[in-house]
Design a protein around this ligand. Structure first.
Ligand SMILES: Nc1ncnc2c1ncn2[C@@H]1O[C@H](COP(=O)(O)OP(=O)(O)OP(=O)(O)O)[C@@H](O)[C@H]1O
Ligand SMILES: [Mg+2]
Length: 370
């Protein structure tokens, strides 16, 4: 594989509900170097629709962003929105590789909420433990084969943990259609938490909570030793905060957006109306984070306790939001920097730091295979 061949001819493409962002990197001596980046806001509602016209609009936006960023590559790695994809970590007895695929498929039937014919199933073995006596419970299902039936071939004292990923075929087709419509070829589609694990957490071993607080919602994941242990979504995000401020204070969406950015949760501004207005949305987000932490703590976690929470997504810049998380969860909450392990011209520093929270997924996509 040539250093400047394969890798350089792809870029990271992040199509979110509201925007298109691109980043291209090239391998460097110690860390990748930034080649190009760019982004634009999408026409309102276009990603929420499946009509030909809207998809074509999104394709056109992608084409424009790529052109403006002067990216010549035609291959991209793109992200699928976490909210559309089912993920779960399941525990099962260790078994020969040849039997794993069938067994996982059978297990997936119990867990994946939609028919398996309608999803693309992917899985990764993410851990191995000594089996607890109660660690594996046979899923209900009467005459279903028990994956433990082949006990003679199994190292039955071991359990494995498998991350199941089920992406609806319709969603994958939509992304492929948008990308091909822009004259590009998708090299790979991956879930957002994987990209974030790469750009935000990197090689850190200790468990870290990653919060992506975007526009349409928030995604919570716990990453440990490069592996995603858990992944959860909620619609409590920047859009919901703006709507809450707009309704509660009786101001239009633009004004509410400005209040959110300027004052955030500061109690000394506007007589504390913003913290009050946004409380229901933040309560939802906080309870989802708490559930994730509780779930993690209930599982075996040999790499220790969670001490750090890293927030990305545009909303993570809302004043006083991270201190609220630090206080609530008793862990250090800080803003993630996807550029930390990237070389770039020093003159770009200020702009890139401003874009950092919104470009975290995009940078992670561009880092794939580097
Ligand atoms: N300085 C700021 N303070 C508060 N909120 C901000 C700030 N800057 C951006 N935002 C909010 O961040 C959100 C956009 O974040 P981001 O770019 O991560 O979203 P997205 O990736 O397009 O959306 P999603 O991932 O939800 O589909 C918007 O709700 C915007 O209002
Ligand atoms: Mg996003």
């Amino acid at each position: 594989m040539s250093l400047f061949g394969k890798q350089q001819d792809f870029f990271g493409l992040d199509i979110s509900g509201t925007s298109v962002k691109v980043v291209q990197l090239k391998p460097g001596p110690s860390k990748p170097t930034l080649v190009a980046y760019g982004g634009m806001v999408l026409p309102v509602g276009s990603m929420q629709s499946d009509s030909e016209v809207d998809l074509q609009n999104v394709s056109n936006a992608v084409r424009q962003v790529v052109k403006k960023a002067k990216i010549a590559a035609t291959q991209c790695v793109a992200a699928l929105p976490g909210s559309g994809v089912f993920t779960s970590i399941i525990r099962m007895p260790a078994m020969p590789k040849s039997e794993l695929a069938d067994s996982i498929r059978w297990q997936a039937k119990q867990y994946v909420p939609s028919p398996l014919e309608e999803v693309i199933l992917d899985w990764h073995v993410v851990g191995e433990h000594a089996a607890k006596p109660s660690g594996y419970t046979k899923p209900p299902g009467g005459g279903q084969p028990d994956p433990r039936a082949d006990d003679d071939k199994l190292p039955s004292d071991k359990e494995i943990e498998v991350m199941l990923i089920a992406a609806p075929i319709a969603l994958v087709r939509k992304y492929v259609k948008i990308i091909s419509g822009a004259g590009l070829k998708p090299l790979a589609l991956e879930i957002e938490p994987l990209s974030l694990a790469r750009s935000i957490v990197g090689v850190r071993q200790e468990p870290t909570v990653v919060l992506d607080i975007g526009q349409a919602g928030s995604e919570i994941s716990i990453v440990e030793n490069g592996v995603i242990r858990l992944n959860r979504n909620t619609t409590a995000g920047g859009g919901a905060l703006t709507r809450a401020i707009s309704q509660s204070l009786g101001v239009d969406a633009n004004r509410a957006e400005q209040f959110k950015r300027d004052f955030g949760l500061r109690a000394d501004k506007l007589e504390g109306q913003i913290p009050k207005a946004t409380k229901p949305v933040l309560d939802t987000l906080i309870s989802e984070i708490r559930r994730s932490l509780d779930f993690y703590r209930e599982q075996p976690h040999p790499l220790g306790e969670i001490r750090e929470m890293v927030a990305v997504g545009g909303t993570s810049r809302m004043p006083e939001l991270l201190p609220l998380f630090s206080g609530t969860f008793g862990v250090e909450a800080k803003i993630g920097d996807p550029w930390a392990n990237i070389n770039y011209a020093s003159g770009l520093k200020q702009q890139l730091q401003e874009l950092a929270p919104s470009f975290s997924v995009t940078v992670g996509l561009a880092m794939r295979e580097m």
